[in-house]
Each structure stands twice: as structure tokens, then as C-alpha cells.
Design a protein around this ligand. Structure first.
Ligand code: ASP
Length: 417
């Protein structure tokens, strides 16, 4: 099927909608098996294709961006603004989640039987998630983890913070050596950067089909049954996510930039659709970079710094989800949370979201840290497992949107639009 006249995001949207319908049909007409065997791998192939570009693209673009900056102070300023924006918006996201969960009380009134049933249903999946030991990382661990002892290993393992660190340092040092020596290196990476961007363009032509395959598999695999029991909780999470996007990002863009809100959301839509269907902000990164630079007009320098960093540490959607889930589970277990405990949730969920990888389902693993910090039983994770995939898809959209909004805000204040 060729739809040449439609814009990319419209084609992706069509892929998504037809995927939902196809998935529902597969569920109804009992051909889910066929779909999972033959269609699902196509979605996985698409995700692998975009993920393939991430490491070379991030390294090359960040190195070229830093090497052309010529002003270390400016780099420091961009860095501090980006970090401040990420941390503040994440703390606000958790607060919105807590406010909604405390006022709408999704966990009050869930019967004991339903609770037991949900725990039984989700136990296996939950154990698979948190069975692997999770350890609350200390500040020293976090900082030490940024420095790669071996950059090649960082590339091989896709350790984004380490790659960012090495790229920044290489870019800075390139400005400190003789130009006749640095020029060929920079030219090489400029070429690599252009090449990767071209590759993203080509891969994006497949996006409508990739999204179709991803979504139809998700719909066919998960029935709506369990979701109904968790309806109120899911609605609170989704409402919180929408409020955060509408209030926080729109206000930030309105206050700090000249960008039209509608143009922002139109420009970032392809990335949102890919994030929704892949539930991974890391895999979406090349698309987020492309949309933010081409559609929103943010300079390549800011994009190449703020977006890879955001895809690694900025997870507003995840933090909000963790806030709501913690209060929801506390309500189910009849725990009354004090103001101090709620503040502890804001703090731990903000930190836990920083430590969450931008991969599907990573947020539910770090949720354990938040639950533990205020003493909510970890088996509660099994209760919310039924709604996990859908909420993961929704929070990934917010995570990606938050990164792009930061790039727009920082670029506007730095004359880099
Ligand atoms: N899937 C999310 C993301 O990639 C992380 C999470 O599980 O919350 O952004």
C-alpha cells in the first residue's frame, strides 16, 4: 500500500489505527497466533532498525556540536539549564500524579477478592520484573557510572551517559588541538552524522508499517479484561499524563519561547507515535532528534546534547506513573500516607525515573525503589501488571515530549532556534 501524498505523521497514525483494528480482529477471530508469529517480528525488526542508529548518531552529532561550540562556558550554561529543566519538570510530574491519586483515590474500594485475583494474575510477570535484584543506586554509583573506563565497551553496551560524556570530552579537546589536526577528525564525524541522519530518513519510510505491526501485536496479545478492573487507576495515570503535557510543557514553551504550541505538538507527533507504539524513548531517540531539529527548528547543537541526555535521564511520564501507582497501592493496602511520606515519594520517584532506562517496562522495575522507600509491599506490583503495557506506551509519549520541550526551551533562551 503506497500513500505518497499523506504526511509522515498521518501515515504513521493510519498504521497505528489499522494496527489496533487488526489486533482486535485477531483477538476476536482467534488468529492471534498467526499475528504473533508473523507480524510481531516485523515490529521488532523496525525497532531494531531505529535502535541501530542511536549510538553512532548520538556520538557523531554530539561530538560535532561540541567541537563547533568554541565556548566552554556556553556548554556549561546549556548543561545546567537542561538539567534544571529536566529535574524541575520531573518533580512537578510526580506532584501532579500525587495530587490526582490523593483526590480521586483510585485504590479505595477495590475488593479483597479482586485484589487477590489481580495479584495471582500478575505475580509471574511481576516476579520476572523485580525478581532480578534491584539495588537503590547511590549518588557515587550514579556519578561513577558516567565515566567510561573503556569507551569501546560503552559503545558496545549502549551506555548512553558514558557515550555522552566521552563525546563531550572529545569535542572539547578537539577545540584545543591544532586545527590542521582536528579538522579531518571533525570532517569525518560530520560525514558520519549526515550519513546517520539519511539512514533515519530511510528507516522512517517504514514507520507506518512498523507501527502497524507493533500495535496489532500488543492489542492481540492483551485482552481488555484486566484493564477494566484497573480502569480507574489507568484513567488517573492517563489524565495525569495529559495534564502534565498540557499544563507544564505548554506553559514552558509559551513562557520561554516564541514557538506556537500547536506547531510544537504537530512537529513532535511522529516521535510521539513511535514512542507510543514502541514504549521506548531510547529507540525513539533518532526520530525525536529528527523532529526537533527539522520540524521545531532547534539547532543541531542543542538537539544533540539535550535529547540523548533526556532519553536517558528525563522521564516525566514514568515519574508521574510511579507517583500514582505508589499512592494507588498504598490505598489498596489501607495505608495512610503522611505529608513526609508523600514528599519522600516526590524525591525517590524523581531519582528513580532518572535511573530508569528508556526501554519498555523499565519504569515498573524502578517503581520497586519508590514502593520500598515508603514501605508499600512489593507484591503490589503484580496488581498493576495488567495495565502495564498500555501505561508504558502512554508514559513513553510523555517522556519523549518532555525531552523535545526542553530542547525548545533551552534553544530559545540560547538563541539556537
Ligand atoms: N518505557 C519508558 C520509556 O522508554 C520507560 C518506562 O518504562 O517508564 O520511556
Amino acid at each position: 500500500m503506497k500513500l505518497p501524498k499523506l504526511q509522515l505523521h498521518t501515515r504513521i497514525l493510519l498504521g497505528l489505527l489499522s494496527g489496533v483494528i487488526f489486533g482486535l480482529l485477531a483477538n476476536r477471530l482467534a488468529f492471534s497466533g498467526f499475528l504473533l508469529t508473523y507480524v510481531k517480528p516485523l515490529g521488532a525488526a523496525f525497532i531494531k532498525l531505529i535502535s541501530m542508529v542511536v549510538v553512532p548518531l548520538v556520538f557523531a552529532s554530539l561530538l560535532v556540536g561540541t567541537a563547533s561550540l568554541n565556548d566552554i562556558r556556553k556548554l556549561g550554561r546549556i548543561g545546567s539549564k537542561t538539567l534544571a529543566y529536566y529535574l524541575c519538570t520531573t518533580a512537578v510530574a510526580v506532584t501532579i500524579g500525587l495530587f490526582l491519586a490523593n483526590t480521586l483515590k483510585p485504590g479505595v474500594g477495590l475488593s479483597r477478592e479482586l485484589r487477590t485475583e489481580l495479584i495471582q494474575n500478575g505475580a509471574e510477570q511481576a516476579n520476572a520484573k523485580i525478581g532480578t535484584t534491584f539495588k537503590k543506586p547511590t549518588m557515587t554509583d550514579l556519578l561513577l557510572n558516567i565515566v567510561p573506563a573503556n569507551p569501546i565497551r560503552a559503545f558496545v553496551e549502549g551506555k548512553m551517559l558514558q557515550i555522552i560524556f566521552f563525546a563531550l570530552l572529545t569535542g572539547i579537546c578537539l577545540t584545543l588541538i591544532r586545527p590542521d589536526r582536528s579538522r579531518p577528525v571533525i570532517s569525518f564525524f560530520e560525514g558520519l552524522n549526515d550519513l546517520m541522519i539519511r539512514m533515519v530518513h530511510i528507516i522512517m519510510k517504514l514507520a507506518p508499517y512498523g507501527v502497524f505491526a507493533l500495535i496489532s501485536a500488543v492489542v492481540a496479545e492483551f485482552g481488555a479484561g484486566i484493564l477494566l478492573a484497573l480502569l480507574k487507576y489507568s484513567i488517573v495515570v492517563i489524565a495525569g499524563l495529559m495534564l502534565h503535557v498540557i499544563i507544564v510543557y505548554s506553559s514552558a514553551i509559551r513562557i520561554f519561547s516564541k514557538q506556537k504550541i500547536a506547531a510544537f505538538f504537530r512537529g513532535i507527533r511522529p516521535a510521539q507515535l513511535i514512542a507510543f507504539s514502541s514504549a521506548s524513548s531510547s529507540a525513539t531517540l533518532p526520530v525525536t532528534m529528527e523532529c526537533t531539529e527539522k520540524n521545531l527548528g532547534v539547532s543541531a547543537k542543542i538537539c544533540s546534547f539535550a535529547l540523548p541526555l533526556g532519553a536517558t535521564i528525563n522521564m516525566d511520564g514514568t515519574a508521574l506513573y510511579q507517583g500514582v501507582s505508589t499512592v494507588f497501592l498504598a490505598q489498596i493496602y489501607g495505608m495512610d500516607l503522611s505529608i513526609a511520606q508523600q514528599l519522600a515519594i516526590v524525591l525517590t520517584a524523581t531519582l528513580a525515573s532518572v535511573g530508569t532506562a528508556g526501554t519498555p517496562g523499565a519504569g515498573i522495575i524502578t517503581l520497586a525503589i519508590v514502593l520500598k522507600s515508603i514501605g508499600v509491599p512489593l507484591e503490589g506490583i503484580a496488581i498493576i501488571m495488567g495495565a502495564e503495557r498500555l501505561l508504558d506506551m502512554c508514559r513513553s509519549v510523555v517522556n519523549v515530549t518532555g525531552d523535545a520541550s526542553c530542547a525548545v526551551v533551552v534553544a530559545s533562551t540560547e538563541n539556537e532556534m
